[in-house]
Design a protein around this ligand. Structure first.
Ligand code: DGY
Length: 322
């Protein structure tokens, strides 16, 4: 009988996913969930047919060029593929897949949490109660910004952007968006399309980022663009830290140009984030929890496995990105 294909699993995955993996493949698991160095990734890939990895492993050009020839595929446990050099993978004949769709609901939930946490001073209120600094209630105590009926601007109207728009409609928000191309009216659901980013910025009482990290989006939210937002706007980032110029965002949060920001993803995460994000009262922060629900993490694992199953059955994987 032919040996089962062998999979190098770089991080500890949910139990249900590892159970399915163990049943269908020979696996090199990571029970301690240690973050492997680039050298270790290359070494451990020595005998595997495929790698199942997360965005925490950087498969850049150099690492991919050093992968042994036995590696046929890199199946990502993520929708984002900015940690993977796709051109280098193509050059080496390695198939790369990701896990779209299944994390849109969970990420949209976190976008709402970030929006509300920022608008209603979640960080200040939470810290006050926890530190026993809450000693009074008054009609003017800790007033936030109401988001009901406000204008919600979306940059990147892909799957996550569209679900986030749907959730924001639940707050009677008016949806505006900027995207490479306009959606058809059925998908737009009454949202207003802005071909020019500046035009979107001008009407975004809340600006929510949903674009991938790529050369076009790096530093996209810079000082010039922040200046074009309405005074007192709120910025929400559940996409990637790279989309934001941190110094510019911090300056606008300090000056009062922006009311607040709700941020789930950071440049330099987890430990090298801009220090002001730990200090400013008007920043509501989370540690990259967008897809972190039991349901979604299982679904991401199963989707990555469906892709591997297709590859090893000689079929085209559903989510091939390279
Ligand atoms: C994704 O899927 O891209 C999330 O950010 C988790 O990696």
């Amino acid at each position: 009988m032919r040996n089962k294909p062998s999979i190098f699993v770089t991080r500890k995955l949910p139990e249900a996913v590892e159970t399915r993996l163990a049943g269908d493949y020979q696996c090199d698991f990571n029970p301690d969930d240690r973050l492997y160095t680039g050298d270790e990734l290359v070494q451990r890939a020595d005998k595997c047919d495929a790698i199942l990895c997360c965005h925490t492993e950087k498969f850049n050009k150099e690492i991919i060029s050093r992968l042994p020839k036995n590696v046929r595929a890199i199946a990502n446990f993520s929708v984002g593929i900015d940690h993977c050099d796709l051109q280098a993978a193509i050059a080496k004949g390695i198939v790369v897949t990701n896990t779209p769709d299944v994390l849109s609901d969970a990420t949209a939930e976190i976008a709402m949490l970030c929006m509300l946490g920022a608008a209603r001073r979640g960080n200040e209120g939470f810290s006050m109660v926890r530190a026993d600094r809450w000693h009074d209630w008054s009609p003017t105590f800790m007033l936030g910004k109401q988001i009901t009926g406000k204008r919600f601007g979306i940059i990147g109207m892909g799957r996550v952007g569209q679900v986030t728009a749907k959730r924001a409609r639940g707050f009677d928000m008016q949806i505006h968006y900027h995207n490479r191309s306009r959606l058809d009216p059925e998908m737009e659901q009454g949202a207003t399309y802005h071909q020019q980013l500046d035009s979107l910025l001008a009407v975004s009482d809340v600006l929510s980022l949903h674009c991938p990290n790529n050369p076009d989006s790096v530093g996209l939210l810079n000082a010039d663009r922040i200046a074009k937002l309405p005074d007192g706007a709120i910025v929400v980032n559940t996409a990637r830290g790279t989309v934001v110029d941190d110094d510019a965002l911090v300056a606008a949060l300090k000056s009062g140009k922006l009311w607040a920001a709700g941020i789930d993803v950071f440049n330099g995460e987890p430990s090298e984030i801009h220090p002001a994000y730990r200090e400013l009262g008007n920043v509501f922060v989370l540690p990259h929890l967008g897809s972190a629900t039991v349901e979604t993490r299982d679904a991401m694992g199963f989707r990555a496995l469906d892709n591997l199953d297709a590859i090893f059955a000689g079929r085209e994987p559903l989510d091939r990105v390279a």
